[in-house]
Every structure is written in C-alpha cells, then in structure tokens.
Design a protein around this ligand. Sequence first.
Ligand SMILES: Cc1ncc(COP(=O)(O)O)c(C=O)c1O
Length: 368
Amino acid sequence: MSLSDRPSVRLRPEIVALPAYKQGKPADASAFKLSSNENPFDPLPGVIAAANAETAYNRYPDASALALRERLAATFSVDVDQVHVGSGSVALLAQLILAAAGPGDEVLYSWRSFEAYPSLVTVAGATSVRVANRPDHGHDLPEMAAAIGDNTRVVIVCSPNNPTGTVVTKDEFEAFMAVVPADLLVILDEAYIEFVTDADAVAGPPLLERYPNLVVLRTFSKAYGLAGLRVGYALGPVEILNAARSTAIPLSVTAQAAAAALASLDAEKVLLDRVGIIAARRDATWQTLTAQGWNIPAPQGNFLWLPTGGETTSVAEALGEAGLVVRPFVPEGIRVSIGEEQSVAILLSISADLVDALPAGHPARQIG
Ligand SMILES: Cc1ncc(COP(=O)(O)O)c(C=O)c1O
C-alpha cells in the first residue's frame, strides 16, 4: 500500500477546509517586497548585539519574559502582571480567542480586516461574525454594536485597520464601549499604532483603567522592525491575561526576542525618527496618488489601500511587473506597504496610468 492509498485519519473538517495562512509574497532580489507591512529599516541600534549576547541556547528562556514585562509595565504605568508577552501579537490574539470563545460562541470583527482573524476563530471552534467596513473603509462601530448577541464572546477592533489603514476615533471607541456588555472581551489590535498621526485616533493604554473588559495588543514587528524575531505584548486586566497565559504554548518567546525587544525600547529616539520618516513618506505618497485621481482612504499605518475591486488582479500584476510585490485581496483591493524611498518612486511613476485605466465610475477613482 503506498502512502497516498492509506486511509486518512479523522481531522476536524473545519480545519481541513481552512486555507493555509498566506504570507505576503516573497520578492526576488530585483523587486521591492511591499506585501507584509514590514519595516524597511535595519534593526535599531544595539538590537543585534543584545540578541547575540543571549547565547545560552541549551537553556529554556524565561517563560514570562519578566525583564521585558517590567519595562513595559513601567512605560505604561501598569502592574507587571497586566503585561503579557507573546511570540508576536498574532499568538496573543490566538490565546485570547481560545480563552474566551469555543464551539457555539461568536467572535465579531469588521471586515475586511487582518486576514488572520477568521482562521484563529475557526481554530478555536468558534464562529466568525463579520460586519462590513463603512464605504469610507473604516469600522462601522454602531453596526458592530448592533451585531453583538447572546453568543458573542469576543469583539476585535483593529486601529489602524489592516489593510484599509483607517483609524477608529477615540469618540467612536468610547461610544462603542458604552454599549458593549461589561462581560464581553474587547480586543483593541494596535499593531500599527506608532505610525498614527491623527490626533483624534483612539489609543488603548489610557483607557484600560476605565474598561475592565478591554485588552490592548501591540507588537515589535512593525514600527520596531522585529518581525523576524516574533515578539508582541498584551496590556489588560490580570484575570483576562492569566486566561490567555493558560492557553499559550509555553516558552514560545525566545531569550533573543525578549532581549531585542528591550534593546529596541532603549533606542526610542531613533525609533521615533524612523517612524516619522515612514509616516511622512506615507502621507506624501497618499497626497500624490490623490492628486493623480485615486480615491483611497487617508492612511494611518505603514501601508496604503487601493480599493481596486474587480481590477485588483490586473493592477497587482502591473505593479509586480514594475518590481513591486504587493498584497492583492481579490476582489476588494491591494495593500501596498510603505517601504524604501525608491519603491515609492516606482509606484508613483506608474500609478497615474493605472488610475486612468480604471473604468469610469470605479470606486478607486475620484468622481469628476
Ligand atoms: C492588524 C495586525 N495585527 C496583528 C498582526 C500580527 O503581528 P505580529 O504577530 O507580527 O506581532 C498583524 C501583522 O501583520 C496585523 O496586521
């Protein structure tokens, strides 16, 4: 009997049906990789040395990354147990969903949003409930509030939203929290918060005291440029974070990742300079695209959203031929990360022709 003839084991059908996590396409040496919202800068000063100084590869890491938690606790003026570190904020999302939602339960989020949400919910055995983004591509929080039912166990709010780049304002968030049941876990996913320049945008940490059902997620992958090391953190009530700790795969955060994260926090000045450069590059790119006739939401992360709809594949192909590897979400649009300066120049050199080629009345074109 050959391997393929053997009867297959019984797997959970909903897991077998899941599409595997689709990573941003790799770029060959001559192309720019703008498909995963990565940081184009090298690691911050001191980071490589700090990671390389952790040489006890034969030993397990400190399971709770205490030194990093202490540092973050001091930064945000919370207790050390109100900080939970994970191997990327996606790991923390998985832990929190597992802790709160199982079969028969619902997890509510805006859509389109971060592509990992649906599969994390399915893996937990729970059911996704999606509320469509507003026509301006932002979260429709009143509609989300209306979609909360007896079975809702988790609501995820993503600000800035991946992939549309929109923020939830502080006022919108507070109005939402005012009607959310106090026993319903709300996760505010702030993976891109460091790039936000809109003064009206929500920021989670100052709200933690007011809302005992709120957990804020942040990551070292984006602004801090440590995507390859896998480290993120959750801030929130101890009881909720303890439940997440119980669902976590133990010892997932390596000593190298924790040390690199700590060293990144020491390099805050350089970090802010770099974040400023990326945000300025983003805003200038958006302004030029808008002047060319594109109708795209004002971006607040380190990426842009082109709502190319039915033309998504052809526009993504044209960008690819020009040497830009982007992230198409067929049939909705294309996410383009803000990368190296040269990649922006390439984008802007072809984007005017691309918008002109869109059919009249296309939502990615300005009216008139
Ligand atoms: C909105 C959002 N949340 C969370 C993550 C996960 O980031 P990481 O696991 O690298 O911390 C991402 C990554 O792209 C994201 O876009």
